[in-house]
Design a protein around this ligand. Structure first.
Ligand SMILES: *Cc1c(COP(=O)(O)O)cnc(C)c1O
Length: 372
């Protein structure tokens, strides 16, 4: 059996001709930094997210950095976020000299637990930064309620949630700002590095456009510290081609998730991902949980031996990373995130996976537990 964890080659085979045509156009125009393809992509992606503005950037990390920077997050400020995420959700807080304040996760979705937010707010808190982890939206209504009550900004990390929705509202559109990554493996991935910020606030959008391009007010005039965070022209072109397929690819991910559920739901040892009633999950990752860390590692080894690719998202919560040792959060600080980190296992998930492949992965999981 050879079932890869993901299959970008299959994705690119599907859009090969269109990608070539769009790259040739960029080459002919030589518009390599921003340019017409990026601008059109920005308009199309803003519409996709149901917001007024989108600014194309060089990465998701850059998106979070500029989002927080335009909200004037700086030294002494606190940003509340989750410890169970990719570390890039948290770096930008530190880039600006602010402090991450972690709030533990809900056990079911592994997104931030809104019932614990209130207790984490201080008079230094400026932003709540929820992550729509694995493609499932964070519980936005209670998050927005706490933010409103304390006059905090909400910055959504939607890097895993292109096309996901909460009560019909697209992820990225509910907070003050939404941040996206188009790293190649994301649900919408470039052919290189890229990211974007979406917002319906025209002032924030204008500031982000300025900051991404060296804060150049006009030629040779720089009024504040700027960055080179522009989106690459070829990436804008690739993203336009792939955005056309995103709804269908997300539908296909949901089909694979349905197959997994059909074949695995009755296994008592495996906890499957949930999709809350108010949520539309886009299954960036299909993350199951095992009863213990040993069971997780053993199943992972079994699957690897049988040719089934797997991943861990994430085996070490951010508060236990060596880079954040100075925060002095030992083991036990955020027990739900730590428990999940020990037990999670990501099964193969991508839009070009067949029903047979999903069934075969499930059969190998069942075989490991002595069933089938
Ligand atoms: C991928 C990712 C990022 C960072 O995006 P880059 O484009 O790699 O900089 C941030 N947050 C989350 C949750 C991600 O998955």
């Amino acid at each position: 059996m050879d079932i890869p964890f993901m299959d970008l080659a299959a994705q690119h085979r599907e859009v090969w001709e269109d990608l070539h045509a769009s790259f040739e156009k960029v080459l002919a125009e030589s518009s390599f930094a921003l340019g017409p393809a990026v601008q059109t992509f920005e308009e199309e992606f803003a519409e996709f997210c149901d917001v007024d503005h989108c600014a194309g950037l060089s990465s998701g990390t850059a998106a979070l950095h500029l989002a927080l920077r335009t909200l004037d997050v700086g030294p002494g400020d606190e940003v509340i976020t989750t410890p169970l995420t990719f570390i890039a959700s948290v770096w930008p807080i530190s880039y600006l000299g602010a402090s991450p304040v972690f709030v533990d996760v809900e056990p079911e979705t592994c997104t931030i637990d809104p019932s614990r937010l209130e207790g984490a707010v201080t008079d230094r808190t400026k932003v709540i930064l929820p992550v729509h982890l694995y493609g499932h939206p964070a519980p936005m209504d209670p998050i927005l309620k706490v933010a409103d009550r304390h006059e905090l900004f909400v910055v959504e990390d939607a890097a895993q949630a292109h096309g996901a929705a909460y009560r019909g509202r697209p992820c990225g559109s509910m907070g003050k700002v939404g941040c996206f990554s188009f790293y190649p493996s994301k649900n919408l991935g470039a052919c290189g590095e890229a990211g974007a910020v979406v917002t319906s606030d025209p002032v924030l959008d204008a500031r982000i456009r300025s900051l991404r391009d060296h804060a150049q007010e006009k030629k040779h005039v720089h009024r504040e510290l700027g960055y080179n965070y522009r989106m690459d022209g070829l990436q804008g072109a690739a993203l336009r081609v792939k955005l056309e397929r995103l709804r269908s690819w997300n539908g296909s991910r949901r089909r694979v998730a349905t197959r997994y559920r059909e074949h695995l739901a009755d296994l008592p040892e495996v906890t499957l991902p949930v999709e809350r009633e108010e949520a539309r999950h886009v299954y960036h990752l299909y993350v199951v949980r095992l009863p213990s860390g040993e069971a997780r590692d053993a199943l992972r080894n079994h699957l690897e031996r049988r040719g089934v690719g797997t991943g861990l998202h994430y085996p070490t919560p951010v508060h236990l990373q060596p880079a954040y040792r100075h925060l002095d959060h030992g083991r036990g600080s955020f027990p739900r995130a730590e428990r999940a980190a020990d037990r999670v296992l990501s099964l193969p998930m991508h839009p070009h996976m067949t029903d047979d492949q999903a069934r075969n992965v499930a059969a190998e999981v069942r075989a490991f537990f002595g069933d089938g």
